[in-house]
Design a protein around this ligand. Structure first.
Ligand SMILES: C[S@@+](CC[C@H](N)C(=O)[O-])C[C@H]1O[C@@H](n2cnc3c(N)ncnc32)[C@H](O)[C@@H]1O
Length: 272
């Protein structure tokens, strides 16, 4: 799926780089390890192409002078402030009921982390081997954090294409309370409000868009909606505020925010 990608590492971390290289190969990504003298800001500026790097903090995605990994510890402040009342996502996903929830487009896992903090039991599905590996690391790091450890007991990671996963769940008649979808949306079509996002989120999204290119091949996730509706009582789709509906399907209900909105699709036939 991804092919080959360069993996930069300083001399002292070659063993860790080997570990990631083997893991990524088993997931369909060949890495070309390059030992470098110093992984610093200058190095990243001089090597702007999309690549991976490994240091004391594990695996990173890097490009255009930036590097990024899902930083769940940086979310702690927001998680501590969050409540069912204050978070639109909580009302949309009915988190007060402590649902079983499948996040079929995991990405960096930030939305799921918030939903797990607010009581959901979340299964995150991610199909991209590099993102999935970064997510696994983020979960491991969270398990060692005093505040996050309890939250991540409610987080389960699955490396799969969600279309395949959801079809299999449907075949086995395994139903769930909520399916959450936040598929990629072309960056050029995002409205200007989205650009006001904090710098860190913007940086992460830029790198995500480089990893999942938009040129003609971006999968907009339309196929996931009908599949999700066959196994969940409630399907919630996150969209930029002015974006078209997923799969052109009019939702049953909407929650509108400044930059994004949540579209809800309810299935009344599903009894669990
Ligand atoms: C916009 S990001 C999701 C961001 C996420 N909500 C967060 O809080 O970080 C979309 C992610 O969904 C993943 N994705 C899209 N279609 C998928 C599919 N069919 N199966 C699994 N993952 C998928 C992409 O690889 C990407 O990582």
């Amino acid at each position: 799926m991804v092919g080959e990608i360069r993996l930069y590492v300083e001399k002292n971390f070659q063993e860790q780089a080997q570990y990631y290289a083997v893991l990524l190969t088993s997931r369909g990504v060949n890495t070309f390890i390059e030992v470098v003298e110093k992984l610093n800001a200058r190095f990243f500026r001089l090597n702007p192409k999309l690549a991976l790097c490994v240091d004391a903090e594990g695996l990173w995605l890097c490009a255009n002078g930036m590097r990024m990994q899902p930083d769940w510890k940086a979310e702690v402040g927001r998680l501590k402030r969050a409540s069912i009342k204050s978070e639109m996502i909580a009302r949309a996903c009915n988190l007060s009921e402590k649902p079983e929830l499948v996040d079929a487009t995991a990405g960096l896992g930030h939305d799921s982390l918030l939903m797990a903090q607010l009581g959901a039991n979340v299964t995150l599905i991610e199909r991209h081997p590099i993102l999935f590996t970064l997510l696994e690391d983020a979960k491991k790091a969270a398990e060692a954090d005093l505040f996050l450890a309890k939250i991540v007991t409610r987080i389960h990671l699955v490396f799969s294409d969600s279309a395949k996963y959801l079809k299999q769940q449907a075949d086995e008649q395994k139903f769930t309370d909520v399916i959450y979808l936040d598929p990629m949306f072309p960056q050029r079509d995002q409205n200007h409000q989205a650009e006001k996002k904090q710098a860190q989120v913007k940086k992460q999204m830029q790198l995500l868009h480089l990893l999942l290119p938009e040129d003609g091949e971006m999968d907009l996730g339309d196929e996931l909606l009908d599949l999700a509706k066959t196994i969940a009582k409630r399907v919630i789709v996150k969209r930029p505020r002015h974006a078209v509906f997923l799969a052109n399907q009019q939702p049953d209900h909407q929650w509108l925010g400044d930059a994004c909105r949540f579209d809800a699709y309810f299935s009344h036939e599903i009894c669990m």
